[in-house]
Design a protein around this ligand. Sequence first.
Ligand code: FMN
Length: 208
Amino acid sequence: MTKILHVDTSPRGQRSHSRTLTNNFVADWKNSYLNSTIIYRDIGHQIVPPVSETWIAAAFSPPDTHTPELNTALQLSNELIDELIDCDRYIFSVPMYNFGIPANFKAYIGQVCRVGRTFAVNLQGGYEGLLVGKKMLVITARGGSFPVGTPAASFDFQEPYIRTIFGLMGVTDITFVHAENLAMKGDAREQSLQLVKTKLAALITEWS
Ligand SMILES: Cc1cc2nc3c(=O)[nH]c(=O)nc-3n(C[C@H](O)[C@H](O)[C@H](O)COP(=O)(O)O)c2cc1C
């Protein structure tokens, strides 16, 4: 049985392209693979707090020294990390904001990127990801477009950041599908949405 973690990150609801595309993909996936279990988180609406001074004190000290206050500070972080460990695959829907990711998704990453839980630092000072054997699909929504090989590509801090930070945690098998030109009127937007739908339909078998 495959266990999938589906995370929506857009603060928008029904107007969100990344949510709609991702929800449709997950629904098609469930119909095709009846033995899949989906765990769902909506961090666009149920906001995860950024790390705090108490959180940092707790995350960087041995658990057996923790006071009840330090334990409480890590409670949500532990819950979110346990979910990542428990699931085999992740599907994230992510809007592009200011060429990067929304602040609420950054706050989630702050909670789950934790030494000793999702990555380790080895004796040589290198990083070792602890989320091993996972596959990730990221469906993004963007107002513009950032084609590889063009000057605009250098503005894309969204895909490189997600690849780097999840790679640090051991998730290196990441597939991106970008819905682009969504701020454009007319053909460019519709063509992009059509292309994304075709790519996602193919991924129902290719990502299996
Ligand atoms: C605060 C904000 C910042 C944005 N920044 C960018 C940007 O830097 N580049 C871009 O191409 N689109 C940008 N957009 C457009 C969004 O990426 C686009 O509206 C996308 O559809 C949002 O995702 P959603 O439909 O899932 O909510 C921005 C939109 C908002 C609201």
